[in-house]
Design a binder for this molecule. Structure first.
Ligand SMILES: *[C@@H]1O[C@H](CO)[C@@H](O)[C@H](O)[C@H]1NC(C)=O
Ligand SMILES: *[C@@H]1O[C@H](CO)[C@@H](O)[C@H](O)[C@H]1NC(C)=O
Length: 146
């Protein structure tokens, strides 16, 4: 019995999509969250080259979150500006080549209590720290992305 052409076409498209996903051309979604562990209000503004995530002011313990799909070329980059009463700092919060193996579905970061930088948690662990980084060097931070 011959299958209707439309049905065959539909199956072909499904199969193509499935292979595309397996080849990681279409990547899984990554959810990124930054929590404020300082004892003061913190304003965060994250962006990529083409995407402005927006500005949010967080109370102590508050968080800023967004989702994205890492790209095929491993070049996804999101950078954020952190402003509080002591001034402003920049940090590259998602650098695909640095982060894609450490946090696949959930990238959880926090701003350390003393405001010296940020730490990333081990994926799937609520309290275990993977890596801590100081803020981007002030001279390269703004100029490198704009
Ligand atoms: C992206 O990174 C993955 C894992 O490190 C690697 O297997 C893949 O070849 C890279 N893709 C490109 C386009 O460079
Ligand atoms: C701030 O805290 C981090 C970790 O919580 C620590 O590594 C760093 O030395 C501290 N910096 C200052 C200036 O106290």
């Amino acid at each position: 019995m011959a299958l209707p052409t439309r049905y065959v076409l539909f199956l072909t498209v499904l199969l193509l999509l499935k292979n595309t996903c397996e080849a990681q051309i279409v990547k899984h979604k990554t959810h990124l969250q930054i929590s404020n562990y300082m004892e003061t209000e913190l304003t965060i503004h994250c962006k990529s080259k083409d995407n402005d995530i927006g500005v949010k002011t967080l109370p102590p313990q508050g968080s800023y979150a967004f989702s994205f799909r890492p790209n095929f070329w491993n070049s996804t980059l999101f950078f954020c500006k952190f402003t509080w009463k002591d001034g402003s700092h920049w940090f590259d919060i998602y650098v695909q080549t640095r982060d894609q193996h450490s946090c696949v579905k959930n990238c959880n970061w926090f701003v350390v209590k003393n405001g010296s930088g940020v730490c990333r948690l081990i994926e799937g662990e609520a309290h275990l720290v993977d890596m801590c980084y100081p803020w981007n060097d002030a001279s390269h931070a703004e100029s490198s992305h704009h």
